[in-house]
Design a binder for this molecule. Sequence first.
Ligand SMILES: [Zn+2]
Length: 256
Amino acid sequence: MATGSASGCTKVSGLIVRQELKRRLLGDAEFLYRQLVTNGGFAETQHHLNQLRQHRFHGNRAGICLGLMAGITGTDDEDKTDRLKTKLRTLILTCLGKFDSWVDYLERGSGCRCANIDPIERKRGRHAVFDMGEKKCGANSRCQIEQFLAKMSDSASSIRKHLATATETAGRPQQLSTILEFLNDATVPGFNTTDRNPCLTVGDLLIALESVAANCDEMYTMNHRDSRPLCAALGQRLRILSHKPETPDEVISSPS
Ligand SMILES: [Zn+2]
């Protein structure tokens, strides 16, 4: 998640961060809820997730789900299952509202349509069913990302030039390679932005551009490998969030 500080604001965020929060954390919570229903209980689900954790493509999701299960207590498996389901339901249905209250300003310049569709409960009761909305804007939506990229073309160009020259191809994180490829392709006339589902595929780029649109001079991150070159290209400070309450954040004034 990225937030930053802009003049007059302390906590700024944007639509793409909101969308990623929904797609990732809340998507994992919804996945875990379904696992509890299909696996038949807490212990079975935990066992299944521990196996999934070894899997190359599902390891991250399993790790987040196991984190959501940690700390759940109860008199027996059914009680623990019910308590976890209540926790997940509350998270899925209230998290984005809390996020909106937490930020001082939400940058909406990207016009990501799916970011504005909150999860809803389709079916209540013992086995609730949630509709999480779109994961990407798609070609038929009224998404404004193409116009946003055109408006932010100077900053996008700075990022493209910086990534092409300052980061080694061999050691470049995958997300940065994807961003560079997207920006290179975008220089070709006739490039169709919407077909590439930018809010899904190059979220970090759009978050960086939203931070410029909101006049942020600092970016918060937990993933500094991806954020560092973007901040360097845009002349922003980088604040790396500490994982421990007793340790202060690391602030890099001029990331390179
Ligand atoms: Zn979108």
